[in-house]
Design a binder for this molecule. Structure first.
Ligand SMILES: CSC[C@H]1O[C@H](OP(=O)(O)O)[C@H](O)[C@@H]1O
Ligand SMILES: Nc1ncnc2[nH]cnc12
Length: 289
């Protein structure tokens, strides 16, 4: 199968350069419009699709990002592997602003978002015990190291609703009691939806701040974050540029089963399935319906 790398760019990363045959395409989905047009093209012969999560000009808040439409649009283009790039706060002294963390776990504290493509008339349950594809995560780590970025392999990402940052008590709870490593507002439900869509997913957290727990850094400040975003985004572009060669033009079946997550997931009996839902889910789940 051809590899197609989908990059979801977070705060500070609204476009990438260097694609051959670059074209911003407009897509509509049964779940509404994606955050923006999607930049398609090829890099080192590998098909690429780039979507700015908040839209160019940063239009969508973490709550209003159309997560389902974004994943649906990438799936409809043929994306096989998603690299999510996100600005994050850090709960660890050694994960300093400017560093990258290759996330491997999530705690989902978001409360106001549609979290599944499925629902009444077509019920499905996929596992997200291991929400990140470690094959893809390893490629991100290698690309970051080759780009000279200080990178940490593995970390738990606390997904909060936002848009306000955490209170000091929340920051300490997530760090000291729950053992989280980084915090952001967008990787959930994005990672869950990618799993439902059977797309391999990896998340690169670009550290911008120490949230509010750090005794010597005071509370999180958006001006500090914006100051760090520029350099982080340049490093993210360098990382992305190395991915096609690492992943190759074709790919085998995912050794971890990310691309077969729906094999046994659909619970609704065939004769009880809502035909409208079946039609609506044809791009996401047509393989098993
Ligand atoms: C710019 S600070 C808060 C904002 O940045 C992160 O967005 P993204 O994950 O898309 O890089 C964070 O989750 C908040 O949405
Ligand atoms: N401290 C923080 N909390 C939540 N999202 C963030 N994005 C960047 N820094 C953040």
């Amino acid at each position: 199968m051809d590899t197609m790398i989908g990059v979801i760019g977070g705060s500070g990363l609204y476009e990438i350069e260097g694609l051959a045959d670059a074209d911003w395409v407009t897509l509509e989905t049964p779940f509404g419009d994606p955050s923006d047009q999607i930049l398609t093209g090829t890099l080192d012969g590998v098909k690429m699709a780039f979507l700015p999560r908040h839209g160019r000009g940063h239009v969508h808040s973490p709550t209003t990002v159309p997560y389902r439409a974004n994943i649906h649009a990438l799936k409809s283009l043929g994306v096989t592997d998603i690299i999510s790039v996100s600005a994050c706060g850090s709960f660890r002294e050694e994960m300093a602003p400017g560093d990258f963390v290759i996330v491997d776990q999530f705690i989902d504290r978001t409360v106001s978002r549609e979290k599944s493509f499925f629902g009444s008339g077509l019920v499905a349950h996929v596992s997200v015990a291991h929400p990140v594809c470690m094959r893809l995560a390893a490629a991100c780590q290698a690309a970051a190291e080759a780009s000279g970025v200080s990178v940490h392999m593995g970390g738990t990402y606390l997904a909060m609703e936002g848009p306000q940052f955490s209170s000091l008590a929340e920051s300490k709870l997530y760090r000291e009691v729950w053992g989280c490593d980084v915090i952001g507002m967008t990787n959930m439900p994005e990672a869950k939806l990618a799993r439902e869509a059977e797309i391999d997913y990896a998340s690169v957290a670009m550290i911008t701040d120490y949230d509010s727990w750090h005794p010597h850094h005071g509370e999180v400040d958006i001006a500090d974050i914006i100051a760090t975003l520029g350099a982080n985004s340049d490093n993210a572009r360098a990382l992305i540029a190395r991915l096609p060669k690492l992943l190759g033009t074709t790919r085998d079946t995912c050794p971890h089963g990310c691309d077969r997550a729906l094999d046994f997931a659909v619970m609704t009996a065939p004769e009880k399935r809502d035909p409208d839902m079946v039609a609506k889910l044809s791009t996401i789940a047509g393989r098993v319906l």
